[in-house]
Design a protein around this ligand. Sequence first.
Ligand SMILES: Nc1nc2c(ncn2[C@@H]2O[C@H](COP(=O)(O)OP(=O)(O)OP(=O)(O)O)[C@@H](O)[C@H]2O)c(=O)[nH]1
Ligand SMILES: [Mg+2]
Ligand SMILES: [Zn+2]
Length: 285
Amino acid sequence: MLVRDEESEDLFLCSMPGKFKLQKIRPIVGDLVEYTPSHGKTGRIENILPQKNLLKRPRISNIDQIVLVNSLVKPKVSTYVIDKFLVLSEKAGIDTIIVFNKVDLLDDHRELDRLMEMYGDYYKIILTSTKKEIGLDQLKDVFKNKTSTLAGMSGVGKSSLLNKLDPKIGLKVAEISSRLERGKHTTTHVELLSFKFGGLIADTPGFSNLYLGNIAQDELKNYYRDMKSNEGYCAFSDCLHLEEPGCYIKELIESGDFCPERYENYKKMYLEIEENFRGGKAQWQ
Ligand SMILES: Nc1nc2c(ncn2[C@@H]2O[C@H](COP(=O)(O)OP(=O)(O)OP(=O)(O)O)[C@@H](O)[C@H]2O)c(=O)[nH]1
Ligand SMILES: [Mg+2]
Ligand SMILES: [Zn+2]
């Protein structure tokens, strides 16, 4: 295990005491540990401190924020993946900043306008391009003096963005597959890197799918900021915003004040949880 000393920032290759191995406890990236240094840059982990928070995908703990990177084209942005990720990060209690990368490839701005409208009221959004060096200072400001993790599908440009913030980092990047227009899963492990402008940022492997895991159907609405902020106006206090009469969220959709696509994704997730639970197929009416 590599342990970064908080004061000197030096890395120590540390062993794990047998008691941890017996209990099958393994620290994950981001965990805070107490350790005893020995010869050279080696040492021994003595204790793992309680986690402030934990994100399952990418697997990392004790972070201040997540920067969710998407590319507008190649690979094309998926609002279902964004909405699912936002549900998972809200559940974990970690703030998310949304990045739309590869703006240089965009020739029609309508898609971007739509996405800004969808997420802009509830999340900070940064538009970037590593090719045209757009939005990099804004991104640096977000990362400064914080511990952050990147997240996003494979091929969206996570490693490329970090290379731009500090060319010495030298992370491996690769062209996306031209046939499938999908990333090639170039980054294969979570790595927390120290940046000279101040801040730790984890580069992470891209995901192609997300699992809603232990989220229950009736708690899903709590992780939609736009639903949460309109809580208490439906006829039923436990309204799930589905088929109940007097649903305020439905009224907002009618009047154009709630994004219908976000709502469709909500219903899709609701169904997906049911399917996961049953382990079979179900149809949402
Ligand atoms: N046109 C354009 N291409 C970009 C931009 N940023 C990254 N790319 C390209 O996108 C491809 C994938 O970039 P990576 O940085 O490897 O993507 P990643 O998100 O780290 O992918 P994984 O490690 O597989 O999760 C590379 O060919 C990059 O050159 C951008 O702003 N504009
Ligand atoms: Mg990468
Ligand atoms: Zn409702």
